[in-house]
Ligand binder design. Structure first.
Ligand code: C2G
Length: 129
């Protein structure tokens, strides 16, 4: 079984997230999403609309996702790759280069972001409607 992992907040899930998850899944046959906890979001300076539990429930309903684990720290990635026997680490290319150190543990792939959509844009647009 070829295992893929990706990390993120995935708040107010949208087609940009789905496009990422769908393409990430194509690199293997089992996709783990390490979902930012509410506390880690605060460390990232992000306040998600949905709680961790709500965001986890939504991701678990996405056909491409096989497992959701918590992301609590920046430093857990190498440990996760080892612990879950991950073959491929995938992130959107806004993170390009930031996780190249993982190349000694697994394949590292950065995928183009989906243009024109983001959780921030959704929140802004809704505020103006
Ligand atoms: N994404 C995308 N296209 C968009 C928006 C997001 O491809 N229009 C991708 C991001 O590049 C990321 C994933 O969807 O790979 C999740 O995005 P966020 O929830 O914004 O995640 P982020 O806050 O970047 O957290 O340790 C890594 C961090 O937890 C990443």
């Amino acid at each position: 079984m070829k295992k893929v992992i990706t990390y993120g907040t995935f708040d107010i899930i949208h087609t940009g997230h789905i496009n990422l998850l769908q393409r990430a899944k194509e690199y293997g046959d089992y996709l783990i999403v390490a979902l930012s906890s509410d506390a880690f979001n605060a460390m990232k300076g992000k306040k998600s609309y949905y709680t961790y539990e709500q965001r986890k429930a939504i991701l678990e309903a996405v056909r491409y996702v096989d497992q959701v684990i918590p992301e609590n720290t920046w430093e857990q990635k190498a440990e996760d790759v080892e612990k879950y026997a991950v073959d491929v680490f995938v992130m959107g290319d806004d993170w390009k280069g930031k996780f190249d150190f993982l190349a000694s543990y697994c394949e590292v792939v950065y995928l183009p972001r989906t243009i024109g959509i983001s959780t921030t844009k959704i929140k802004t647009d809704l505020n103006q409607s």
